[in-house]
Design a protein around this ligand. Structure first.
Ligand code: SF4
Length: 102
């Protein structure tokens, strides 16, 4: 018996991403939020991570952003005011997906 494979792509879910329109990072260089690059110094990574988190802290869609990052999951970058490592820890906690950033 051969399994039938569907090649049809899922429908667009643009409405699920409409929260991004209100993000403080809208239109900014995404490089500011991807601070995991090992080619930069530790001091520079820490500084960039702090700056990105500061911007996120006042963002009106921080919760939606974090929920998205946990659901995907996004394994790189700052999302919802958290680093990838922080999200990893949240995902390992029971009932993590509905929690808030520590
Ligand atoms: S929480 Fe941060 S990464 Fe998410 S949309 Fe807002 S500013 Fe952008």
């Amino acid at each position: 018996m051969t399994a039938r494979v569907s090649l049809q792509l899922p429908p667009a879910r643009l409405e699920a991403y409409s929260w991004q329109e209100a993000g403080h990072c809208r239109g900014m260089d995404s490089e500011k939020f991807f601070t995991d690059d090992r080619d930069q110094t530790q001091k520079r990574r820490v500084s960039r991570t702090r700056d990105a988190k500061e911007l996120c802290s006042g963002c009106p869609v921080i919760r939606e952003c974090l929920e998205h990052a946990l659901a995907v999951p996004e394994n790189y970058g700052i999302w919802g005011g958290t680093t990838a490592a922080e999200r990893q820890r949240l995902l390992l906690r029971p009932a993590a997906a509905t929690g808030t950033a520590a």
